[in-house]
Design a protein around this ligand. Structure first.
Ligand code: HAM
Length: 425
């Protein structure tokens, strides 16, 4: 028989990690409720053209990373590599322009990119994303950036940096690109092979090359923020003013351009202390032309998305203690047939009161059940044997302190609180 494994770049989410996923999803949902965002779910796959038009033909995503296939009817479909273009497609398809603007939505969804897998870089990853469609003001940019920042703060992540830039609009960006090309042209010999291609196809991307020789050139390259038209400059200055008012610190990073073609004006990323290409935990920006590019009326919009796998890596790195919501912390050990039925009654009563518990394995000695409790990292063991049956009692053992006490069975719930266990995790 062949040995099947999860496909390269994908992972199973096992029970021991589930509390991190629950934590990230519950924080994102609560936050979105407070900010007035409604949940949206789009299909796992879309017409390929949506991404080639939306994300951009010259991007790494479209050129190298899409999972594209022809279905049995001959249509070219692509597994969602990102969530923004599908949300915009849904906005157009469902006539959301007739709703009060802007429309605020969020999603929690898997995304697929054929990348070279490594820690924090998956072929299937999951994103929490927010999009605000139908408002061009810098105030909305500040709202989305604050939401993103608060999301990471509420998760318990610390030592993050907010990187901010403006890459202008259709009016001022072409001039900036010419300035950039004029700077790079005399240096073309020194560029890496990828940058030589970028120079022709997508000069903006020269700025975020990771090769050390190119980095020096990029550091000293002309800055988009110095080439903005008056409207873009005004927008960028207002945004910075709002962020200052909100007390949000940011680094204006002129090399921040992002890897998707739809961005206009504001772009931002949030990075933890560790550096490296896989360190960005969330990023986004304004995309005022995207809806028009995929067949809608010109509609301004902005959003961001965060990678849940990268968030969890950082939660673990920073030793953030996440609630193990609802997880069982008590094992009910039993010896003898009669005690087994009694253990089940105690177990049912505890579950009815919302106290998470599990029953010790059947047919095992008390010692084996205690070992099981230790292995499962339980806090408490409730022991019921023939003696306890006779006395209508239970023994409650605190596994952390090693102390134990025999108590009347009816007083069990009180006793558990007296032991001060955090039964809800
Ligand atoms: P993105 O920067 O391509 O933006 O992805 C958003 C986040 O998803 C990244 O910051 C990263 O945390 C995570 N991520 C991306 N690729 C991978 C991967 N291969 N493995 C693990 N995590 C990954 C977007 O997708 C835009 N749609 C964001 C946006 C929304 N812009 C406007 N609205």
């Amino acid at each position: 028989m062949p040995v099947f494994k999860a496909p390269r770049g994908t992972r199973d989410i096992l029970p021991e990690e589930a509390c991190y996923w629950d934590w990230v999803t519950s924080v994102s949902k609560n936050l979105c409720r407070n900010y007035g965002y409604g949940r949206i779910e789009t299909p796992m796959f879309e017409a390929t053209g949506l991404f080639s038009r939306g994300v951009g033909e010259g991007t790494d995503i479209v050129e190298k990373e899409m999972y594209t296939f022809e279905d049995r009817g001959g249509s070219s479909l692509t597994l969602r590599p990102e969530g923004t273009a599908p949300v915009c497609r849904a906005y157009i398809e469902h006539g959301m322009a007739s709703l009060p603007q802007p429309v605020r939505v969020y999603y929690l969804a898997p995304a697929f990119r054929y990348e070279r897998p490594q820690a924090g870089r998956m072929r299937q990853h999951h994103q929490f994303g927010c999009e605000v469609i139908g408002d061009a003001s810098a105030l909305i940019d500040a709202e989305v950036i604050s939401l993103a920042w608060q999301f990471f703060e509420k998760l318990g992540l610390r030592k993050l940096t907010l990187k901010l830039n403006s890459i202008g609009c259709d009016k001022c960006r072409p001039g900036y690109i010419e300035t950039l090309k004029a700077y790079y042209e005399p240096r073309i010999e020194k560029l890496c092979d990828d940058c030589a291609v970028r120079m022709k196809k997508n000069p903006l991307r020269l700025l975020d090359c990771k090769e050390s020789a190119c980095q020096y050139m990029a550091d000293n390259a002309p800055r988009s923020a110095d080439c903005l038209c008056p409207e873009c400059l005004e927008h960028f200055n207002s945004l910075k003013g709002y962020l200052d008012l909100a007390g949000l610190e940011y680094d204006v990073t002129h090399r921040l351009v992002r890897g998707l073609d739809y961005y206009t004006r504001t772009v931002f990323e949030i990075q933890p202390e560790s550096t490296g290409s896989q360190s960005t935990i969330g990023g986004g920006g304004r995309y005022d032309r995207l809806i028009e590019q995929i067949g809608g009326r010109p509609t301004p919009a902005i959003g961001f998305a965060a990678g849940i796998e990268r968030i969890i890596l950082n939660l673990k790195d920073q030793n953030v203690c996440v609630p193990g919501t609802g997880s069982a912390r008590i094992l009910i050990a039993h010896t003898g047939e009669e005690a087994r039925s009694e253990a089940f009654s105690v177990y049912s009563a505890l579950q009815c009161s919302g106290i998470g518990a599990i029953i010790g394995a059947e047919g095992k000695s008390l010692k084996a059940q205690l070992r099981q409790a230790n292995n499962l990292d339980m806090k408490m063991v409730v022991i019921i044997g023939p003696e306890e049956m006779e006395e209508e009692a239970v023994v409650v053992r605190d596994l952390e302190t090693g102390t134990q006490k025999k108590i009347d069975r009816r007083l069990l719930a009180d006793a558990l609180s007296a032991f001060r266990i955090n039964i809800s995790g």
